[in-house]
Design a protein. Structure first.
Length: 76
């Protein structure tokens, strides 16, 4: 999918992992906040699965960053 390739190019997997760790949040904590499985969080962080637009917005809101930041397009 096109969206998945954008996330991989822009290191979404590294961004979400870094934000989660900087927030002292476990994968289980994040999964609970997003109402998804821990396995899905792991897949995102390892670049094995894509994230849809609605979930991307929720992740940005949780960490207080822009979607551009999550996709590696800005510094904040």
């Amino acid at each position: 999918m096109f969206y998945y390739s954008i996330m991989k190019i822009n290191n979404f997997d590294k961004q979400i992992s870094s934000l989660r760790e900087e927030s002292n949040m476990t994968r289980a904590n994040l999964a609970e906040k997003l109402n998804v499985s821990v396995r899905l969080i792991s897949y995102w962080e390892n670049g094995k699965r894509e994230c849809d637009f609605d979930m991307l917005i929720k992740i940005a809101d949780i960490f207080g960053v822009s979607i551009d930041y999550l996709l590696g397009r800005s510094d904040y």
